[in-house]
Ligand binder design. Sequence first.
Ligand SMILES: Nc1nc2c(ncn2[C@@H]2O[C@H](COP(=O)(O)OP(=O)(O)OP(=O)(O)O)[C@@H](O)[C@H]2O)c(=O)[nH]1
Ligand SMILES: [Mg+2]
Length: 429
Amino acid sequence: MLIDRAVIEVRSGNGGNGAISFLREKNMPKAGPDGGNGGRGGSVYLVAKGDVNTLLAYRHSRLIAAMDGEKGDKKMRYGRSADDVYCDVPVGTVVYEEASGAFMADLSHEGDIVCLAKGGRGGRGNAAYKSSRLKAPKIAENGFPGERKRIVLELKLLADAGLIGFPSVGKSTFLNIVSKANVPTADYPFTTLTPNLGVVTLKDGVHQFVLADMPGLIEGAHEGKGLGITFLRHIERCRVLVHMISMDGERDPVEDFNIINAELRDYGAKLELRPQVVVATKMDCEGAEERKAAFDKALGIESIGVSALTDDGVDEVLNKTYELITKTPLFPLKGVEEEEVIGGLKVYDAHLDKKEDPFVILRPSEHKFIITGEEVTKKYALINLSTDAGVAQLIAYLQRLGVDEALREKGAKDGDLVQLCDFEFEYIE
Ligand SMILES: Nc1nc2c(ncn2[C@@H]2O[C@H](COP(=O)(O)OP(=O)(O)OP(=O)(O)O)[C@@H](O)[C@H]2O)c(=O)[nH]1
Ligand SMILES: [Mg+2]
């Protein structure tokens, strides 16, 4: 069973408190403040991974928590920052905040990453408050609190085209014929309970697309009738819909066609605007030709007739679908306006707009680090990297910011890959 939705609770760590302490030396009772800063609390991230197929790991919703930062100490000792927590999810996972329903991220490429909850900054120790006017500050900052949120994860399959229609019209049978998928088919309704994917290769042996087979829809699906329409989230990414209507005479083709289109509209993701390839199925049945002719006439369209028994029309459907896929731009997902893509990778950090961090270091996998953050990416955009001098300028800038130090702290080893926007380099200890 495909687990395609999960609700999780995440908690980032609190920052450690800053310390209040004074250097004590013989004959110098209060030689100066030496309370160190607290460490940062751990953050919680999600990373898209190609080898993860379902949200099964998150099914029994649990709390995913990062640790708190340690408190600062006397003698200027800084508290240790807590490790960040990274959780792997399938490519295609869309992330929303539960309470507001706000879209957070669409992790549609391997390596896309989102910060779900940012660790709290450590509080400043009293040494940080020393000034010419305040020589012996007795104040320190507490660590900033972490965040706690409930998050909805939804897997939206990455298919170019989706097969839709009433139950038993032959959707799964068609997918089996045109791809290597091996989906069970039967003459009772709702044989297919969860979406299936198949890769279709056109006759030329070169062009391919991904086709998804959907469970059957019926009238009232948007209110939960039949299997409901929640699985329609899987066709939100489809550029084209292949709408199948059976001509076996058991149901009224025109009525069915209109019912399905009404359900698409009621789903609310503008699915009704996607181009459709209208396919008349089971053309080997008696009277199918007449029914198809009447159907086409009533709607003023020309559907493509197919039969799974004879393979008639199958190539025509595939060619037409492919043609429309290449012509149709991607539609935005439900509730998503626009997103920013940096260097081909989507890096979402709910807090990067905060000025406190010139950069943030992410570790989506063992040997890969990403430097991100508003200030560092803005500066990066200004540097011309086509010359060696430009590259040197960038490296000097990163060193000044303390990126080297921060990478080492996060455990970077010789030869690890570091990425900043579309610039990649190897870490050298
Ligand atoms: N005669 C004939 N029967 C077909 C054809 N295509 C499919 N069938 C039969 O129709 C029945 C339903 O086929 P499925 O492929 O399971 O239909 P589906 O649309 O996936 O159905 P659900 O998964 O329930 O929504 C099966 O018994 C198939 O053998 C066809 O072209 N001609
Ligand atoms: Mg099916």
